[in-house]
Design a protein around this ligand. Structure first.
Ligand SMILES: Cc1ncc(COP(=O)(O)O)c(C=O)c1O
Length: 425
């Protein structure tokens, strides 16, 4: 029996579903990881995969980037946790502010969930209003205010909103359609007196990949200004990935609050939320919005993040290289799809891409839902057998890293085309 299968059977006895985050589980069993390096991940049964899961977007510089690993080696020698401030935290805040001018003040946290949860509490505390507007299919972490018709794992498993989320809380979360300016304007106007914030993924990556219409993002800036609500850009994925200054640099739009995570830590758990000083200074100990964390700004994650940002700043050309690699994969596969008259489409943007088994163009969650999920599952398994690891769910996105090589790209194109052909047989 494969060692992965054996481990999965043991895991299922003690860990719900055998995994510590639901999207990692798939039939008949997920591979268990032995190690990873660069663009490759290796399982306990001796298989090698080109990895496009990339820690669900966190590994912008690939697995175990040299710069991060060596910064961590030094950091470990200096102590693991202090519960007192460090110079590194100041240096990191300065670097974040430099890349994100809209972030006038910043707090470090540990996960994307924490960052969005605290940003929302802050927006409510600052504005004195209750309602939050989010978009169908956008995912902002598994916490109660936002686990309302959420995407990602919850969507995959067909749960519109999780059990355990109180209706009394969920009723303060309004949901609009992504890229739909008219509907959003209507909801905002109807709720203007009690709307604390709009939270949006500037590129929606938790329903496959949906690109924003630039007018849509601009309209959110105008609408929030009109009704005195806080505009929160959830850049947990797009931050440092879409561009060094994330979606705000890419689209030239300034958010009031921004949440960051994933790529920031190069694989270590760290996140951040920050924004206008006028809003941020409501946080304790300056203000009355409480927010805290034992591991916030912990020395290892902070040192790793410093190494990542330093590397990014010195290597801006890598963004274009990732973009060209993704374009090559997507353009060639799209040509193949057209040639063979397959019912499939691909969305791609910079270092991100995803395939959908539908003839519809993808602008919102309704469009994504027309994709043939069973075909996607078979496609995923076909790819896995040929040594390419993509997220096992249609409602996720594939991520390129700076470690992917031209050879990886050629092999990936070949594997995708073979996997698509097998679907037709
Ligand atoms: C846009 C976005 N925000 C927040 C989160 C939550 O981050 P974490 O899983 O680190 O809690 C995610 C996770 O995938 C995400 O994609």
């Amino acid at each position: 029996m494969a060692l992965s299968r054996e481990l999965y059977e043991r895991a299922k006895k003690l860990i719900p579903g055998g995994v510590n985050s639901p999207v990692r589980a798939y039939d008949p069993y997920p591979f268990f990881v032995k190690r990873a390096e660069g663009s490759k991940i290796y399982d306990v049964d001796g298989h090698e995969y080109i990895d496009y899961v990339m820690g669900y977007g966190a590994l912008l510089l690939g697995h175990s980037p040299r710069e991060v690993v060596s910064a961590l080696r030094d950091a470990v020698e200096d102590g693991l946790l202090y519960g007192a401030p460090t110079e590194d935290e100041v240096l990191l805040a300065e670097r974040i502010h430099k890349l994100y001018p809209s972030i006038e003040m910043v707090r470090l946290t540990n996960t994307g969930l924490e960052a969005t949860m605290h940003a929302i509490r802050l927006a409510r505390g600052y504005s004195g209003k209750r309602k939050i507007l989010k978009f169908e299919g956008c995912y902002h972490g598994a916490h109660d205010t936002l686990l309302v018709k959420a995407g990602s794992g919850a969507l995959t498993f067909g749960i519109p909103s999780s059990l355990g989320v109180l209706e009394d809380l969920a009723k303060h979360t309004l949901v609009s359609r992504y890229n739909d300016i008219e509907l959003t304007e209507k909801i905002v106007k109807e709720n203007k007196d009690d709307l604390a914030a709009i939270i949006v993924e500037p590129v929606a990556v938790n329903v496959g990949l949906i690109k924003p219409k630039i007018e849509f993002l601009r309209s959110l800036r105008e609408l929030t200004d009109d009704v005195d609500a806080v505009l929160i850009f959830d850049e947990v994925v797009t931050g440092f990935r879409l561009a060094p200054g994330g979606a705000q640099e890419y689209y030239n739009i300034r958010a009031d609050l921004t949440t960051l995570g994933k790529a920031l830590g190069g694989g270590l758990p760290i996140s951040a939320f920050g924004g206008r000083e006028e809003i941020m200074k409501n946080l304790s100990p300056l203000g009355k919005v409480y927010q805290a964390g034992t591991y916030s700004g912990n020395p290892l994650s902070t040192r790793a993040a410093l190494a990542v940002l330093k590397y990014i700043e010195g290597n801006r050309h890598l963004y274009n290289e990732m973009k060209l690699k993704v374009e090559k994969i997507c353009k060639e596969v799209l040509e193949f799809i057209e040639d063979k008259k397959l019912e499939a489409t691909i969305t791609y943007l910079e270092s991100m891409f995803q395939i959908f088994f539908t003839s519809r163009e993808i602008y919102n969650y309704e469009d994504v839902k027309t994709s043939d999920i069973n075909k996607f599952k078979t496609y995923f398994h076909n790819l896995l057998k040929s040594g390419v690891f993509i997220p096992p769910s249609q409602f996720e996105t594939c991520f390129m890293s700076t470690a992917h090589t031209h050879r990886d790209v050629e092999e990936t194109i070949h594997s995708i085309e073979n996997s698509l052909m097998k679907l037709e047989k």
